[in-house]
Design a protein around this ligand. Structure first.
Ligand SMILES: NC(=O)C1=CN([C@@H]2O[C@H](COP(=O)(O)OP(=O)(O)OC[C@H]3O[C@@H](n4cnc5c(N)ncnc54)[C@H](OP(=O)(O)O)[C@@H]3O)[C@@H](O)[C@H]2O)C=CC1
Ligand SMILES: CC1=C(/C=C/C(C)=C/C=C/C(C)=C/C=O)C(C)(C)CCC1
Length: 320
């Protein structure tokens, strides 16, 4: 009887402590939103960015360079990657480039070994590379569907397995996942499943680090809406699109940088994207379908898919 009482007391005390933690977390999140959070210094840190030859990857590289971080840039497109490296070197930081195919696990592990031997310990990892097939499910070759999952989702596992051990050894590091608003709510596109996977990976990794009390290793999840980089050229919602225009690439990266340097857990860009995310969880399915239809979210990928089809017919689109 006394033992049962003791257990109940412990649970009540734990519950009270949890409620204090919960209130503190909500209050500090509100205060962080209102006040300017303190940004950490990353001068001299080694930052690896994947997809660094692409639009957002290049801007991330330049922003990290401005903060004084040395760079390791990965991309499958060597020429574009070198172009990013050239611009970053002009900012006075050391830059090392690697041509890596992120859809191949072995290629990731081999490049990671080379980085460790040739450059040193990566302390900031920005998993930015991403692809989309942009076809209707039944029209899409299996290899392209597979590539979306390999690059946008599986690669996150291999990258983390390759670079987390050194971060753990020092209890110091930061792993950034560039996912998407389409990792929080979906529309008709092969890409969504891979980005949902990326969000799930980020969350479970974060829980694992917390459970091991590795509080020196931070994680940040970035979930942008459409960014004007060309990756989703044609994707649009109905006439109301001026309410939610595509994001400027530089704005997207600067907002992401603020979140990373503030060691923020997650950022939706723009904040408006929290609404469909919450609606997905709170409203019945049919209510969500009604809002999708009203906003044009149900068919937003059709013009993009048409674009891809046209380019494919003209032979401009790469299939791997
Ligand atoms: N643009 C948008 O609307 C949004 C983008 N995002 C995410 O942001 C990230 C960056 O997007 P963005 O800059 O627009 O895209 P880009 O296509 O401009 O850049 C992606 C880069 O990754 C490279 N890459 C593709 N596949 C591989 C691979 N297998 N191995 C190594 N590198 C590869 C690409 O090379 P190559 O050009 O040769 O294929 C390219 O240089 C992606 O994760 C994307 O999903 C999130 C929200 C919105
Ligand atoms: C579905 C949907 C919307 C449209 C979202 C779109 C068009 C997102 C595109 C995101 C992209 C391209 C991300 C890339 O990573 C609204 C109108 C916001 C709200 C209703 C539900």
């Amino acid at each position: 009887m006394n033992f049962l009482l003791l257990i109940i007391m412990i649970v009540i005390v734990d519950l009270l402590l949890m409620l204090i933690d919960l209130t503190y977390s909500i209050l500090s999140a509100v205060i962080q939103t209102i006040l300017r959070p303190r940004l950490k210094c990353i001068d001299g840190e080694l930052c690896l960015i994947t997809g660094a030859g692409g639009a957002l990857g290049r801007l991330f590289a330049l922003e990290f360079a401005k903060e004084g971080a040395h760079l390791v840039l990965w991309d499958c497109n060597a020429a574009a990657n070198e172009q990013t490296a050239k611009q970053a070197r002009e900012l006075g930081v050391q830059v090392h480039t690697y041509t890596v195919d992120l859809s191949k696990r072995q290629s990731i592990y081999e490049a990671a070994d080379r980085v460790r031997a040739e450059v040193g310990c990566v302390s900031i990892l920005v998993n930015n590379a991403g692809v989309v097939a942009g076809r209707r499910l039944l029209d899409c070759p299996d290899e392209l569907l597979e590539r979306t999952l390999l690059v946008n989702c599986h690669a996150l596992f291999w990258m983390t397995k390759a670079f987390l051990p050194q971060m753990k050894a020092k209890n110091h590091g930061h792993i950034v996942t560039i996912a998407s608003a389409l990792g929080l709510f979906s529309t008709a596109c092969d890409y969504c499943a891979s980005k949902f996977g990326a969000v799930g990976f980020h969350e479970s990794l974060t829980h694992e680090l917390l459970a091991e009390d590795l509080d020196g290793i931070k994680t940040t999840l970035v979930c942008p809406y459409i960014v004007d980089t060309g990756m989703f050229a044609g994707c649009e919602i109905r006439e109301l699109r001026s309410l939610i225009p595509p994001l400027e690439p530089l704005y997207t990266v600067q907002q992401s940088m603020k979140a990373i340097l503030a060691e923020q857990q997650m950022i939706c860009i723009p904040r408006l994207m929290y609404i469909p995310f919450l609606a997905r969880a709170l409203l019945p399915w049919d209510a969500n379908v009604a809002t999708y239809r009203f906003m044009g979210g149900d068919k937003c990928m059709l013009p993009f898919i048409k674009n891809v089809e046209t380019k494919t017919t003209n032979g401009h689109i790469k299939s791997s």
